[in-house]
Structures are given as C-alpha cells and as structure tokens.
Write a protein that binds this ligand. Sequence first.
Ligand SMILES: C[S@@+](CC[C@H](N)C(=O)[O-])C[C@H]1O[C@@H](n2cnc3c(N)ncnc32)[C@H](O)[C@@H]1O
Length: 222
Amino acid sequence: MKRLSPRLKEAAALVRKVDTIADVGTDHAYLPIYLIEHGVCRRVIASDLRTGPLENARANVEAAGLSERIELRLSDGLTNYRPNEAQDIVIAGMGGILIAEILDKAEWLRHGDRHLVLQPMTHAEVLRAYLMANGYRILRESVCEDGGNLYCFLSCAHTDKPQKYDAFYEYYGELPNSSDRLAGVYLRRLKDRCLREAAAVGDSDRPRADRLRRIAQKLESL
Ligand SMILES: C[S@@+](CC[C@H](N)C(=O)[O-])C[C@H]1O[C@@H](n2cnc3c(N)ncnc32)[C@H](O)[C@@H]1O
C-alpha cells in the first residue's frame, strides 16, 4: 500500500473511532484503506461523483484485500447516502464552495451525532461562513504541511445552540485557538495575501480594498 500523504494522515487523525466513516470524493481510496488497516473503523463508504476515480479506488481496494470493508459508491456529494449510514464524514481535497454545496444538499447531517472533517483547498472563508449560518460549530481546526503547502482542516458538528462570532471569524475560525505552530504560519500567510490583494485592487474598488485591509488587521491582532 502506498504511504499516505501527510495531508490525508491528518484527516485520518481527526476522525473518531466509530463504526462507519464516509469519504466523500474519495478518488483513489487511499484514506479508506488506511482507516481500515489502522483499525480506526469497521467499515468505510468511499464515494465519488465520477466512475473513473471509483475504478481506481476499486483496483486499490481489491489490491489491499478490503472489498468486504470498503463500499465504493457513485454519489454526487452525499445525495446517494441514507441518513445514519456513517457517523463521521470526511470531505477533503475539494474547494470550500463545493464542500458547502455538498453539506447544504444533505439536510440529515443536521440531526444526530455526526462529526465532519472538512479540508477545503480554497475558499475556507466561504465554507466557514456557511457553517456559521447553518448551525454548525467548528470544534477545532488544524493545519498540516504537505509538499510545501499548508492545508487547513475543520472538525465540525451541528448544534442547535446559537453561536456568537467575532468580526471576520470566517477568515480564521478556530485557528487562533490551535497550539499548532503551523496555524500561526497559515494565518500570517493569509494576512499577507489579503494585503497583496488590497494593494492590487487599489483605487479600482476602494470598499473592497478597505475591507481586505481590515481583515488583515484582524488577522494581525490574533
Ligand atoms: C482532488 S480529489 C480529492 C481526493 C481525496 N479526497 C483527497 O483529499 O486526496 C477530488 C475528488 O472529488 C471528486 N468530486 C468532485 N465533485 C464531487 C461531488 N460533487 N461529489 C463527490 N465527489 C466529487 C472528484 O471526482 C475527485 O475524485
């Protein structure tokens, strides 16, 4: 079995020890194979939107001798899942906007003891804003380094308790509460990106440039 990347190892470290885990957008099924081989869960539902990745996944799962434990399923997001099929759900390696759309189409996620592990490649702020507006609580966030890039992970659950958020929370979430050194590096890079974008926007869109500078100030203050 191919060694799991640091990014997918982080995903594996964040799920709970439960009966069934869903890996949405599994592609090669490396994560499900690792989860079963390391005794994290009894069963994984590994789904993907496209048949090509699922065929790759099938070859890897069969080579690992895990066809009985890993169910491969064609599914657009969680639309082809039944409620209660999995306790923990991983959605990694997709854009934050797509992850938010996937969550939005699965109303059943809002009931019961579900735990989500989300790893947006882009637009983490859009995903956090979605979570904030839809009763999800970000329990913790972590950052991992893989191939010179930093990746942010959000562990979330739905809650009926209303939450209060500071300004621009969608840009930093729970990262300031992380003791992880990389969380600070991630936030500094984000601040620098906001400042660069503000400079590029300049006078062509003053309100947007001002907002980006305010976000950078907030990130600096954390
Ligand atoms: C970049 S790969 C990420 C694979 C793996 N999750 C990881 O983090 O390494 C993205 C995968 O998500 C799948 N995908 C894209 N949109 C999807 C959707 N709406 N529902 C399920 N899978 C989707 C793609 O087919 C692709 O296999």
